[in-house]
Design a protein around this ligand. Sequence first.
Ligand SMILES: CC(C)(COP(=O)(O)OP(=O)(O)OC[C@H]1O[C@@H](n2cnc3c(N)ncnc32)[C@H](O)[C@@H]1OP(=O)(O)O)[C@@H](O)C(=O)NCCC(=O)NCCS
Length: 216
Amino acid sequence: MLIEPIRNLFSRGVVVKAGVPGSIAEDVLPAELEPMAGVHPRRHLEFVAGRSLARQGLRELGVASFVLLSDSKRAPIWPAGISGSITHKPELCVVVVAPMSRARSLGIDAEPEDELKTELWKAVLDSQETAAVARLPDPGVAARIMFSAKESIYKCQYPITRQYLGFHDVHLEMDWGARRFNCLMPESVAGEVGGSMTGSWCVSAGHIVTAVEFRG
Ligand SMILES: CC(C)(COP(=O)(O)OP(=O)(O)OC[C@H]1O[C@@H](n2cnc3c(N)ncnc32)[C@H](O)[C@@H]1OP(=O)(O)O)[C@@H](O)C(=O)NCCC(=O)NCCS
């Protein structure tokens, strides 16, 4: 798999691991699997992919045998001093990890490169964002990119703020040419993550991949 475009979304020092669920060497610990008892086989497969790639990444950072559990909101509990993020879809799993001295928090999200159904736009985009995508040649895919951007923002801010944010709590300003976005954050979290967070995206292996790196 061509992982270079995804790697280029992050600065040096961030370890990026990617693969296709089902074809990644399984490396998951029994304690990690406990919450997966009885889940759909697809969820199980993708979870195992995420944990296995996370273990590869952590090993590269010199962390061996760490049990990567999740908190009550499903956020992974990374080892002290390490930030990370996981995304998995049936055909792509990506994990990023870094020492917090490089990146205080990370967010990554992958979505299939297809259109976000118009009936979902209202739930994800505000009126200004909707008007912005409607002007583009491929509005459905553009809306999907914005959906993914908000999810990667969420994953990046959550480990710092521990706050749930809905899609209408943030506002995206997109630079379509540079494939970058600026996300205006609500007051409730601005004290911790600033008034805006930035990210970027690429298209790789048939997926839109959005990335957010928060230096702190
Ligand atoms: C949490 C959420 C973003 C996950 O996205 P998704 O497309 O469903 O799934 P992905 O495969 O991309 O990501 C799943 C992984 O995200 C990670 N994750 C889940 N909750 C998380 C959280 N609160 N913080 C950080 N990471 C989280 C987990 O590692 C999870 O995988 P795992 O359960 O196997 O460990 C999504 O389910 C959600 O709740 N969205 C609503 C909030 C939101 O996006 N707001 C936008 C405005 S900020």
